[in-house]
Ligand binder design. Structure first.
Ligand code: ADP
Length: 398
């Protein structure tokens, strides 16, 4: 069966067509600037590296999905002969709240629950819903499955997910830590035991998903015991454009002194902070290049990023009760071998050591020395495959 994986953002839509017979990617693509002048579409079909690329205004996600399906079935440069070959669609959905502890078939009932969670993450949840609705409209009768970014983290105990605020905010408003990047953390958590040569239930490790958005998770016996993102993806380590942890009182102080309202303030913390706020760019490569030329702000930003990551790893070593492994993944974790080495160099007192000969870009495996007290691994993540696997599993039971 082939599964169409959809990751719908506010003005973009990423997609992959995965053949579940061998879990190979048949085609993938990206639609950008949906609802904005100059919508851009690009699809690459794996076999023959065939590309369809064009710019044509698309008003909404329904138009974008229609374009995806037209491209997938394009006679010359498509990937499939007809839409009948698509067995189901799997959708990345930001927030499952406490309602969804696993992926769910989209039904009228589950859609109501997904919609009820919009207030917890309106910026992502609304477009995620629009993506599902678009598939329902354009491919009526085709099953849709929702795969939640938060679901894998639902195993956290209350001591990890409760904030120190009046308890009624948890009971009445469901204010708590949820955590995100769940599909990536789950994929990596499934891979690590293979490298450690241990059963998943015997492993304790820390996953560092370091992309534009970044989060850590502490895993014991295959289950999350803590994670760095919170009610929203704003909490945790320094990110491309997000501040990560700040003293909440900073908000009032800045707002009083600038006249910003709470929405502008949060927009600043989400979109104009992190690397972008402290230095010249949200992109690690640009920050590194600027630091190499002597830019003091870029150097400071890198130091903040590294130091905070080291502190979180130290804390999560406590959370798991002594880690077997520290794992790097996502854009920075998979590619920036020097940044990973810098992070680990601060943990030398714990006996953790990177082996420079093994610390290679994009290669999966152990990158620490044989005598390192904690193994360090680099494993490329895959955020689409877990969505496709869950979708297959759910629709196979229909
Ligand atoms: P997203 O959260 O958007 O999925 P990615 O996982 O693609 O992000 O990661 C993007 C980050 O990875 C950027 O900060 C980028 O600079 C960084 N990155 C990608 N390739 C490299 C590289 N070769 N060296 C350093 N950083 C890299």
């Amino acid at each position: 069966m082939k599964i169409l994986v959809i990751n719908a953002g506010s003005s973009s839509l990423k997609f992959q067509l995965i053949d579940m017979d061998d879990e190979s990617v048949k085609a993938k693509g990206l639609v950008e600037r949906i609802g904005i002048e100059g919508t851009h579409f690009k699809q690459t079909v794996t076999e023959g590296n065939k590309v369809i690329e064009f710019t044509r205004n698309m008003a909404d996600h329904t138009e974008a999905i229609s374009a995806v399906l037209a491209a997938l079935t394009d006679k010359e440069n498509g990937a499939i002969a007809s839409l009948d070959e698509i067995g189901a669609c799997g959708h990345r959905v930001l927030h499952g709240g406490e309602t969804f502890k696993a992926s769910a078939l989209v039904t009228d009932e589950s859609m109501k629950e997904i919609e009820a969670l919009v207030p917890l993450g309106p910026l992502h949840q609304r477009p995620n819903i629009a993506g599902i609705r678009a598939c329902q409209e354009v491919m009526p009768g085709k099953p849709n499955v929702a795969v939640f970014d938060t679901a894998f983290h639902q195993t956290m105990p209350p001591k990890a997910y409760l904030y120190g605020v009046p308890y009624e905010y948890y009971t009445n408003l469901k204010v708590r830590r949820y955590g995100f990047h769940g599909t990536s953390h789950r994929f990596i958590a499934g891979e690590v035991p293979k490298y450690l040569g241990k059963k998943p239930e015997d492993c304790k490790f820390i996953i560092c998903h370091l992309g534009n958005g970044s989060s850590l998770s502490a895993i014991v016996g295959g289950k999350v015991v803590d994670t760095s993102m919170g009610l929203t993806p704003l909490e945790g380590i320094l990110m491309g454009t997000r501040s990560g942890d700040v003293d909440p009182a900073v908000l009032e102080y800045i707002m009083d002194n600038t006249g910003m309202d709470i929405h502008e303030m949060l927009n600043t913390l989400n979109k104009k902070s992190g690397f972008a706020g402290l230095s010249c760019s949200s992109d690690m490569r640009d920050v590194k290049a600027a630091a190499a030329k002597g830019d003091a702000q870029a150097k400071a930003a890198l130091e903040v990023w590294t130091y905070r990551l080291q502190k979180y790893i130290g804390a999560y070593n406590v959370a798991v009760g002594g880690a077997d492994a520290i794992v790097f993944t996502a854009g920075i974790g998979e590619n920036d071998v020097d940044a990973c080495a810098d992070v680990i160099s601060g943990l030398g007192f714990m006996g953790v050591k990177i082996d420079p000969a093994k610390n290679k870009r994009g290669v999966a495996g152990i990158i620490s020395t044989d005598d390192s007290t904690i193994k360090v691994l680099r494993i490329p993540t895959n955020e689409e495959l877990p969505i496709a696997r869950d979708t297959l599993e759910i629709v196979s039971k229909l």
